[in-house]
Design a protein around this ligand. Structure first.
Ligand SMILES: [Zn+2]
Length: 457
């Protein structure tokens, strides 16, 4: 029997048949029961109400978009000189400067260790192709020669120091010099205590070897933290002395919490690479054998015939002729819109094979372009705001009379301030305010990722 429904009836009956005086105690009891009942009902209502109202939607999570196609070329340097050296580990400082210029000419951004790690750990994105610079050991010339070049170019860099060669006189850096590196954009990381081959046991027992590895890994880091931790420049990464390691060294470095360990295996780093085995191109003083491949990101490099398609040419009468292929936004232009329409006009080329066309854009990798065979225009509307300040586009295709695929490439830049001011007008398809520099169509040389350093190297 449902008490809540029958109680009023009970009260009525009791009142009618027995009179008010006798009923009073009953009435109080019943009233209490009714009050109690009402509270319960209210609670029930509350419960129902809470269940029925859907929870508010989760706030939109701004997960970083990580470009897993990005690759990083990590350069490894050692010592520098103003003169010449036959020692491969000592690089002439002018050659070093030329190499930094070659990186700039190739428009390859240089990232810091923190940026690299954040990308690798899925926290923040990096440009699709970039460079990281590391300098090992702690030679004095890192401070006296290389630091100024890094300042000149504004490149971040990492110095891997080993404890036994810090502040010990001779050609080692002093503590103050290392602190200066830190304030000039240098990250400080570990290169062991004693700079010995870590995979060599040298007759040590298993226990003694393990204990020794522990000291090399832990004590070196502790020392850097203690002496330079206050600069905020110490990051827990490690460069294996001579690039030599074994599984046990890797395992222990991981256990000890190193965010990344670096080898001298000359290869670019992919997103999925083992953090305890990151490759580096060690740049030698006497040859560019390692530097050139480091800057060559391959696979999508602009072809020389592709480059000519974008440049003006002279006909037989010596008159300037417009480029065979035109692009938007124009090469080397600065636009105030992070959502531009990318266009390549191939209408002057014959027999372009539609299925051979591909387009790659900085930060997006390969994109689903549209090809209109009537107009000969390949286009792609940037769907989300471009994050990079400098954007590179590469378009590959085949056309009649050319057996090799052509690859054209160009760069344009985003004017941050204009973009900010015109954010209302940055809808896709809007006409972009375009500033075309005087030299716009002269060359796309600078967009070439494999631009070679000057001949003097
Ligand atoms: Zn070393």
């Amino acid at each position: 029997m449902d008490l809540s429904k029958s109680l009023p009836l009970v009260i009525l009956l009791l009142t009618a048949f027995t009179g008010c005086e006798k009923v009073a105690p009953y009435f109080d009891t019943v009233k209490e029961a009714l009050d109690r009942n009402a509270e319960e009902e209210a609670e029930k209502l509350n419960e129902i109400a809470l269940e029925d109202i859907p929870p508010p939607p989760d706030p939109v999570k701004m997960e970083p978009v990580i470009n897993k196609e990005a690759r990083v070329s990590i350069l490894g340097y050692h010592d520098f000189t103003e003169g010449n050296s036959s020692n491969d580990m000592i690089l002439n400082i002018d050659d070093f400067r030329n190499q930094m210029q070659a990186i700039k000419d190739a428009e390859l951004p240089v990232i810091s260790m923190r940026q690299y790690l954040d990308w690798k750990q899925g926290k923040k994105d990096i440009p699709e192709q970039c460079i990281m610079i590391t300098i090992d050991d702690g030679w004095k010339a890192t401070h006296t020669l290389a630091m100024n070049v890094m300042k000149e170019y504004g490149y971040p860099f990492t110095v891997f120091l080993y404890k036994n060669y810090v502040g010990v006189g001779g050609r080692s850096m002093t503590h103050d010099e290392i602190r200066e590196l830190a304030s000039a954009g240098g990250t400080i990381s570990s290169h062991s205590v004693s700079h010995q081959n870590m995979s060599s046991r040298k007759g040590k027992s298993e226990d003694a070897y393990r204990e020794w590895l522990k000291v090399e890994l832990e004590e070196s880091q502790r020392f850097l933290e203690e002496n330079f931790g206050d600069t905020g420049a110490v990051i827990k990464t490690f460069a294996y002395p001579y690039g030599i390691y074994n599984d046990q060294v890797k395992e222990m470095a991981k256990e000890f919490g190193y965010e990344a360990c670096f080898t001298v295996n000359g290869k670019k780093t992919n997103w999925e690479d083992d953090d305890m085995e990151i490759g580096r191109y060690v740049v030698h003083g006497t040859t560019l054998a390692n530097f050139d491949p480091a800057l060559n990101f391959g696979g999508g490099n602009v072809t020389s015939s592709g480059r000519k398609l974008l440049t003006e040419s002279k006909n037989e009468e010596g008159e300037e002729e417009a480029p065979l292929v035109t692009v938007l936004p124009p090469a080397n232009s600065t636009i105030g819109n992070r959502l531009p329409l990318i266009e390549v006009n191939l209408s002057k080329l014959e027999g372009v094979q539609a299925d051979s066309i591909s387009m790659r854009i900085t930060g997006f990798g390969k994109v689903p372009h549209v090809f209109d065979s009537n107009t000969g225009i390949v286009s792609y509307q940037i769907p989300q705001r471009l994050r990079a300040e400098s954007v590179g586009v590469q378009v590959g295709f085949r056309h009649a009379g050319n057996t090799e695929a052509e690859i054209i490439g160009w760069n344009f830049s985003i004017d941050k301030m204009k973009d900010y001011l015109s954010s209302e007008a940055t809808r896709p398809g809007e006409n972009d305010p375009v500033d075309v520099p005087a030299e716009t169509s002269s060359t796309t040389e600078n967009s070439r990722p494999n631009a070679k350093p000057t001949a003097s190297l």
